[in-house]
Design a protein around this ligand. Structure first.
Ligand code: 3EB
Length: 347
């Protein structure tokens, strides 16, 4: 499977530092039998991972159920050997170039979400610093009841507040170093974060059609969301563009209330604009909208799935690995959100 597809051999062959594959749950055991020592992390969507107890790598069961039929798991792998550990409840794996971490937090009886978010982010930063991979590249956050209002603030806003505090308390913090991210509602009772970090920084790419999230006005919450629209990372052997969760937002406002079709069209426009921007600012060609390396589509209402899938398949090649997941988006007027990874081979 993945060694054959992605780590092709040629005279100037250089293995790619990190790779993400969607593997059918039914093939996971055979996949692991070839490459167990190279696995950085496994993520499943609403399903248990068979044999989970015996696997040393970070495991994430994310309760954003898959909307199409084949159950897939997301597998992150490295070409070289991977070591594993745990600190402050953060399970991690590391290869030469890449650090992958994962944390589950039970909120029951704990402090308010902003306090938990701040502390968790601090713990992540401390761990990354100590291990020598100080640069967060890509983060996935999954929050229970993301749109619920408590004490006048949405839980997403509380999460953003704590995250913002932790980032701004970092030594020599710069907005330019913010990771790409997705923050999605989950049905799970636990709040979960998993992330990819590196020894060297990536490059921030912002979208000219959208106000940078870290500059959103106060009406969206007391502190702005700490993420970049995309991060371009030059790994050895390959450049990756990690595109954050992207939705139907133009400027800073949500558009096309109530229309999944129109929100999809606007979201794709945003992704195209970001790819164009990456091409010009970083002088790399990440391909076009029709050929990312993988895509995840989060859909708020399961009943919108079929029409969104039909419309998206007209725009994106059917060969692209895509996961359709049910999840709440962080603004209650948004019906869908799309994230993607694009690979660019270096010549
Ligand atoms: C947006 O553009 C939509 O807070 O980590 C997308 C990706 C969104 C990441 C985050 C939020 C986040 O504002 C929401």
């Amino acid at each position: 499977m993945f060694p054959a597809n992605h780590w092709h051999t040629s005279s100037d062959y250089q293995p790619v530092a990190v790779h993400c594959d969607y593997v059918p749950l039914s093939h996971l055991a055979s996949y692991l039998s070839i490459s167990a020592q190279n696995i950085l992390a496994i993520i499943s969507f609403g399903k248990d991972i068979p044999g989970a107890a015996t696997l040393p790598c970070p495991l994430n069961k994310v309760d954003t159920p898959q909307l199409d039929n084949t159950s897939m798991v997301e597998v992150w792998a490295s070409p070289g050997p991977v070591s594993h550990g745990e600190q402050h409840g953060i399970h991690y794996s590391a290869s030469d170039e890449v650090f992958f971490g994962s944390i589950h937090i039970a909120e029951l009886g704990q402090a308010p979400l902003d306090v938990i978010s701040r502390k968790t982010h601090r713990n992540i930063f401390d761990l990354l610093q100590a291990k020598g991979y100080p640069h967060l590249i890509r983060v996935w956050n999954y929050l229970p009841n993301i749109n619920q209002i408590t004490n006048g603030l949405e839980r997403y806003q509380l999460f953003c507040l704590g995250r913002h505090q932790a980032f701004s308390e970092r030594n020599s913090f710069s907005e330019r170093d913010l990771p790409a991210a997705s923050t999605i509602g989950t049905r799970d009772r636990n709040f979960q974060i998993y992330f990819l970090a590196a020894r060297q920084a990536g490059k921030q790419i912002e979208n000219p059609r959208q106000v940078s999230a870290f500059h959103y006005p106060r009406c969206y919450g007391p502190r702005s969301p700490s993420f970049s629209r995309a991060v371009l990372k030059k790994w050895k052997g390959e450049h990756h563009l990690y595109i954050s969760g992207t939705a139907s937002i133009v400027g800073h406002e949500s558009c096309h209330h109530g229309s999944p079709q129109e929100q999809l069209r606007e979201t794709l426009c945003n992704i195209e604009s970001l790819l164009e921007r990456a091409k010009h600012t970083a002088n790399v060609d990440c391909g076009s909208l029709c050929n990312p390396s993988s895509m995840k589509i989060y859909i708020r209402h399961a009943q919108d799935f079929e029409q969104i899938k039909r419309a998206l398949e007209k725009r994106v090649s059917h060969k692209i690995p895509m996961l359709y997941l049910q999840g709440d988006i962080c603004r209650s007027d948004l019906l869908l959100e799309i994230e993607a990874i694009c690979h660019m081979h270096r010549y």
